[in-house]
Design a protein around this ligand. Structure first.
Ligand code: F6P
Length: 361
């Protein structure tokens, strides 16, 4: 009989609840273990009493499979090794979290997170002797050693649907429509949705562009009788002079946003075309997971529990060659998965005549 904990950490995405459900079903049905859901990422381990919810089979309804967000809550703030206090100081509270794990008498912890969360959890595990298994999730799909992370495919679907909706209105008004998508420093959402949604121009941080090339593509389409153009841009694409487009939030931290506004103005200057931009934002993270994310999350959840049963720790579950596998967490977080400018999807897009703003088309 084991006791395991689950936490979700970092930005939410579609498919997290499907993973929580799969872990709980496998742990209880196959092994008869006790499962505790830890609230709000590592914050739940910091609170006293430790902030957890015992998960049982009745918790694992089909509704959970379909539900967006994370029922356990999450946080992308508060690195426990430099935790911000109201007086402005930063303190190392890692020992409190480790104590939380031991107070619960956990045999293992499953952390569902991106690279940043996994790095923090691994450091905690090494410092405090925690038995850790991780599950990759991020709409950015930038974690290495796994072809996909939970949440990415739903985000791509949302961005594709946005293009489907933008195309008719672009055509009705003879406009250039620009869709700005998330992805942090990786262009996977823009590239994949751009192909699926029939974009004319895809801009990603990995492929430098020239405004003149973009303008030329739009003019060529106009000359061929196309009265509209669709552009997809990743939020981390920079201006021509290399500046990031950022928005400062209420805490003074800056995050990506706004490059589509800059591009719209420049396209109008260079082509005379009427332009509009849409920043898709967190719509890409919420909502129901599509089937691929439900399946991926379910496979990851079952495998993570089996790893614990086999006492294999410090591993991240991963998807490779149509199979669920596991890799050392260290290797996964030390690597990075960017868009490969020579990869299949970029070649496919070029083959379709999609312009990346970098070369003749
Ligand atoms: O990493 C996921 C992500 O959605 C990025 O694509 C985006 O840049 C960022 O998180 C947004 O963070 P927040 O939810 O803090 O605004």
């Amino acid at each position: 009989m084991k006791k395991i904990g689950i936490l979700t950490s970092g930005g939410d995405c579609a498919g997290l609840n499907a993973a929580i459900r799969a872990i709980t079903l496998r742990a209880i049905q196959k092994y008869g273990w006790e499962v505790y859901g830890i609230h709000q990422g590592t914050h739940g381990l910091m609170r006293r009493p430790v902030d957890v919810l015992k998960l049982d089979l009745s918790f694992c309804s089909e509704a959970l499979l379909r539900q967006g967000g994370t029922v356990l809550g999450t946080t992308n703030k508060g690195d426990p090794f430099a935790y911000p206090f109201p007086d402005g100081t930063l303190k190392d509270i890692s020992e409190d979290l480790i104590e939380g794990y031991h107070l619960l008498k956990l045999d293992a912890l499953i952390g569902i997170g991106g690279d940043g969360s996994q790095a923090i959890l691994r450091r905690l595990a090494q410092q405090g002797g925690l038995n850790l298994v991780t599950i990759p999730k991020t709409i950015d799909d930038d974690l290495s050693h796994t072809e996909h992370s939970i949440g990415f495919m739903t985000a791509v679907n949302v961005a594709t649907e946005a293009l489907d909706r933008l195309q008719p209105t672009a055509a009705s008004h003879d406009r250039v429509m620009i869709l700005e998508v998330m992805g942090r420093d990786a262009g996977h959402i823009a590239l994949t949705a751009g192909i699926a949604g029939g974009a004319d121009i895809i801009l990603t941080p990995e492929i430098p562009y020239k405004m003149e090339t973009i303008a030329q593509k739009i003019k060529t389409l106009q000359e061929r009788g196309r009265n509209f153009s669709l552009v997809v841009v990743s939020e981390a694409v920079r201006t021509e002079s290399g500046e990031k487009s950022t928005i400062r939030d209420e805490t003074g931290n800056s995050r990506y946003g706004g490059i589509s506004h800059y591009l719209a103005n420049r396209i109008t200057e260079l082509t005379g075309a009427e332009t509009r931009f849409t920043i898709l934002g967190h719509v890409q993270r919420g909502g129901q997971p599509i089937s691929q994310d439900r399946v991926l999350a379910s496979a990851f959840g079952v495998h993570a529990v089996d790893l614990i049963a086999n006492e294999k720790f410090d591993r991240m579950v991963a998807w490779q060659n149509r199979s669920v596998v596991d890799v050392p967490i260290r290797e996964a977080i030390e690597g990075y998965q960017a868009v490969d400018p020579n990869g299949t999807l970029v070649k496919t897009a070029r083959g379709l005549g999609i312009c990346f703003g970098d070369e003749e088309f």
